[in-house]
Design a binder for this molecule. Structure first.
Ligand code: ADP
Ligand code: MG
Length: 702
């Protein structure tokens, strides 16, 4: 069902905005997490929430300002003092005053005479910035704003501050948001009147305006009416979509599969190990689903390294017994290829046809693979979710397995349920999710859990250290690497950050190259797929010993010989993410170590969090502890991984709205399952607005 036309202005691509060229457009697409190859749209700007507010309303005169505070002053320009010739490090000073006192404006490396032009001697200007103090004088270094008196209107007295990225300046972003605000249409109200009455909430358009152009700092407050309303909207859209899928899943008729046990027995015999009790139990639950006439929709939860892949293989083998094919989908091509490499020998051993489908296969290879899939000769197809988008024709697809890690979300599952409409569905996730959260994110599914790790796993020695021990840490690492070990070194960022004092993967790589030379390689999300693949291959083949990476490696990289995990700025990662990262080691039989490096003083909460990781390796225990320490927060790790998560709702603040949205969604769908009439139209607008429209095809007539 197509998008309601009223939303068209919000879904225009950003390159249609004045001042957005191809380069900026690409940067914004990455920044807003637009799917590969797609542009970001106007809506992405509007849903990019400020992280804070700058208050420039203090205008009491130069003498009444406080050092460290932001003030806006109407200043008379008295004289300029440019740096002496040949001393470019000396700043350019401008002496000014108002009726209360004097203040100096200071500019470092000001070239081209722009300071003189912006502040002509003898004239008045409004100047806004942070008050500093130097040599007994009040001063403003690099004022944020200098505007002529008649342009006072242009000076934002209450200014939202946005999360930024390298190459995107605050003023540029603010300007873009301003343009985007002009295209917000008046939308029909989708919030049920009962809910509205208590909340004194503004309409959607008004709320977006209040957040991006607040008249007072409190208008943008997380707990204020505007943000509350927007958070509710986001939850409401999500709950509607989830319930639509759920009812579809429950009512979808599946196929009762005939399982002979013939192939699964051979697969089990071909495994180089025996299954754990947990694996046996999960497989039994899955087999019961397959035999049952309802469609299977099951979540397999298990920590990193708990052995989910084998469970998937046994499920796919059971499917093959019943004469149907399976698709195994990974979040990245890298992971798909890795799954294929793991499964291929086992499949070969028992005569199960398996194919890998990727975007960059040669045409001939691809044709051959497609032929095998169409004829039914191939029982298992491994790929990314592009598998379903590219119109691959299956002879008889019976099962979709999604290796979700935590990159996928409801959105992907919706896409699946549309394409693989009648297939059984198994979703595997490595994120240990406490019971309450399972309900909100995976409420449509039955759950199997792998709690125990395969026997023979060595515990991981985890230590928390300050980065000030860098030299000692590197020396020890060097000794281990010379003895044949392999290690990961993870940082939170790709490139150097202007705003934050955080070391980036690129910096650390350059630094470590001085010690390890050719033995170190780099992988991060901004690299081309080919370059990533090469870096990973070099590492897994042992050609390099140290892999500097951003969290791209969090998702499923498997190098058993890697026994050391070093995480820099560990204080900046979520607990779930630290746990995932640590799970990259301890996979082989060797003893493994994990170093959590932090910078500066740790807050008590940060300390408690790192201590939790140090003491426990049980993902469920860690997840519960995380919940206790800071609420739902970023437990699913979605904020960093850019997938689905919430953009407007901040669970720590808005959690209580989820239950309301849940109840309202259930009531709305019960009242109006076909989403008809004005109410239905408004709900459709909401669902499209939050891009949950994959659920729309599932609306049942009347
Ligand atoms: P994950 O749940 O993270 O996907 P994997 O399926 O990749 O875990 O399994 C991690 C490792 O454990 C693999 O090398 C796999 O071969 C091994 N493994 C899985 N099941 C068992 C088992 N029952 N006994 C011993 N090793 C196992
Ligand atoms: Mg896995």
């Amino acid at each position: 069902m197509s998008r309601p036309p009223v939303l068209d202005p919000l879904f225009r691509s950003l390159s249609s905005i004045k001042g957005v060229g191809p380069q900026l457009s690409a940067l914004l697409a990455r920044f807003f997490g637009a799917p590969e190859g797609q542009e970001a749209v106007v809506l992405d700007l509007l849903l990019h929430m400020p992280s804070g507010i700058v208050d420039r309303r203090r205008m009491d005169g130069a003498a009444n300002t406080y050092v460290g505070h932001i003030a806006t002053l109407r200043l008379h320009v008295d004289r300029h003092q440019p740096p002496p010739r040949g001393k470019p490090h000396v700043p350019h000073r401008v002496f000014t005053h108002d009726e209360t006192g004097e203040v100096q404006l200071v500019f470092f490396r000001a070239q081209g005479g722009w300071v003189e032009r912006a502040l002509p001697v003898g004239e008045e200007r409004f100047v806004s910035g942070t008050i500093g103090f130097f040599n007994g004088e009040k001063q403003i270094t690099h004022p944020d704003y200098i505007v002529p008196v008649e342009d006072f209107e242009k000076l934002p007295l209450v200014e939202p501050v946005y999360p930024l990225t390298h190459g995107l300046a605050a003023k540029a972003l603010t300007k873009l948001v301003g343009q985007a605000l002009g295209s917000v249409p008046q939308l029909p109200e989708w919030i049920p009147p009962e809910r509205f009455a208590g909340g004194n909430w503004p309409g959607f358009r008004e709320a977006i305006g209040m957040v991006h152009r607040p008249e007072s700092p409190s208008q943008g407050d997380l707990g204020g009416p505007a943000r509350m309303r927007l958070a509710y909207d986001e939850y409401f859209a999500g709950q509607l979509a989830l319930m639509m899928v759920r009812s579809e899943v429950v009512t979808a008729r599946g196929v009762s599969r005939m399982l002979t046990g013939e192939i699964t027995t051979r697969v089990e015999a071909a495994l180089p190990f025996s299954l754990t009790d947990g694996q046996r139990q999960a497989i039994a639950e899955i087999r019961a689903d397959l035999v049952h006439p309802d469609r299977m929709s099951r979540l397999l939860q298990g920590d990193v390294g708990s052995g989910k892949t084998v469970v998937a293989l046994m499920t796919m083998a059971a499917m093959a017994e019943s004469g149907a094919q399976s698709a195994l989908m990974a979040p990245t091509e890298l992971l798909a290829a890795q799954h294929y490499r793991t499964l291929k020998p086992l499949c070969d051993a028992v005569g199960l046809g398996i194919e890998l489908l990727t975007g960059k296969m040669a045409a001939g290879e691809r044709r051959a693979a497609l032929a095998g899939i169409a004829s039914g000769e191939t029982s298992i197809v491994v790929g990314t979710h592009a598998l379903f988008q590219s119109g691959v024709a299956f002879a008889n697809l019976g099962l979709t397995v999604v290796d979700e890690q935590h990159r996928f979300g409801v959105h992907q599952r919706l896409a699946l349920s549309e394409k693989g409409r009648d297939t059984d569905l198994l979703v595997m996730t490595a994120t240990p999710i406490p019971r309450t959260l399972v309900l909100t994110h995976f409420g449509d599914m039955a759950v199997s859990v792998l709690r125990q790790k395969p026997a023979g796993r060595q515990p991981i020695d985890t230590a928390v250290l300050s980065i000030s021990d860098y030299d000692r840490i590197v020396a020890r690492l060097k000794a281990r690497i010379e003895a044949g070990a392999q290690a990961y070194w993870v940082t939170p960022l790709v490139e150097e950050s202007e705003v934050l004092d955080i070391v980036s993967a690129e910096d650390r790589y350059a630094e470590l190259q001085k010690v390890f030379g050719e033995r170190v390689s780099l992988v991060h999300g901004r690299m081309s797929a080919a370059a990533k693949q090469k870096a990973m291959h070099d590492f897994s083949a042992g050609r390099t010993s140290l892999l500097v990476a951003t969290t791209v490696i969090e998702v499923g990289v498997d190098v058993p010989n890697a026994t050391i995990m070093i995480i820099e700025h560990a204080e900046r990662f979520g607990l779930a993410q630290l746990h995932q990262l640590r799970g990259r080691v301890g996979r082989g039989s060797g003893r493994s170590a994990c170093l959590l490096l932090y910078k500066g003083g740790l807050s008590p909460t940060a300390e408690a969090r790192l201590e939790t990781i140090r003491k426990s390796e049980d993902g469920f225990e860690i997840a519960e502890k995380d919940l206790e320490l800071r609420g739902q927060g970023d437990l699913l790790g979605t904020r960093q991984s850019g997938m689905p998560g919430y953009r407007l709702a901040v669970p720590d603040v808005h959690r209580h709205l989820l239950q309301l949205a849940h109840d309202d969604a259930a009531a709305a769908l019960a009242r109006n399952p076909g989403l008809v009439g004005p109410e239905g139209e408004a709900l459709r607008v909401l669902i499209h607005l939050f891009r949950k429209d994959m659920a729309i095809p599932l609306i049942r007539a009347g």
